[in-house]
Design a binder for this molecule. Sequence first.
Ligand code: ADP
Ligand code: MG
Length: 334
Amino acid sequence: MSGNGQMESIIVARGLKKDYVMGTETVHALAGVDIEILRNEYVSIMGPSGSGKSTLMNMIGCLDSPTSGEYVLNGQAVQDLSDDNLARIRNREIGFVFQTFNLLPRATALHNVELPLIYAGVSSRDRQRKAAHALEIVQLADRMDHKPNELSGGQRQRVAIARALVNDPSILLADEPTGNLDSSTSEEIMDVFDALHENGQTIIMVTHEYDIAARSQRVITLVDGKVEAEMSVDYYLARGIKRPVAAAVAADPPASPEVAPTPVSAPEADPEPAPSLEAEPDPAPAPGAAPEPPPTAAPLDSVRPEAAPPTPGTPRPISNPWAPPRTPPVDGGR
Ligand code: ADP
Ligand code: MG
């Protein structure tokens, strides 16, 4: 909670660009993004696959540096910090939650949550106390000694949320936090975010699901690495817009420019709740081992674009289902 002004910006980005050079091609993952996010705000970021959402989250979360542009995080100009300072800011200011949870498979819930504190140099006793408290916040006090494979998908994600919170970060970033969860478990996780937000936590969340985004206060839509629209959630609610389906749109642009929530092949919820993450290569370091990136900063590989990334450099004729219609909605209802 801000003592001085109630409209304090915690994130200001101006002209943020990120290029990835792939051989002879350059992918403009972010092509000049201006955003401003207030302390205590709850914002969602939507947009088609490949539009730069994860890249933007990585910039906001100081997991990676922009190619150019300005970024001020909680009053600190981030763009010219050294890697060491960046890592320090990341550990102190940012809590990151990923679609795939990124827990250490052989560590208990308590130990997973303690990890960021190890990197922050917190004493063992304090670590345990804080980690236990964070687990209480996500209502897992009775599961502290469980390992990830002894927990449900929703419980694993709650452990990951506890880990993200344990340093008391100024911003909680969540990149498709419900992407691996069925719809009722997604609700459960969204309830946790709601409660955190009510407690004053600033939250930025990437999601493909409009129902999920509707929990937030504002929706920023990215298309081709640019902000296409910034709308209050009310805008969509008032129009009954329920579920734009990014994957479907990317594959099959709707004929009409207005919002067409076609129930294309996209499933209502993932058929398979939480595939076993533990089977994934998890290059996370052994606790207390070398000063690798902190666990809140999962390896970038783990946030690579989903299923079918667009071919770099290919023009993408996408009409954006989240964008406000350029012309008034055609059908005002009968
Ligand atoms: P989203 O999260 O919206 O699906 P991303 O931010 O992951 O999109 O990716 C944006 C674009 O940048 C895509 O074209 C993707 O292929 C490309 N991209 C992302 N990360 C890398 C990387 N490390 N190297 C090369 N290209 C990347
Ligand atoms: Mg992504």
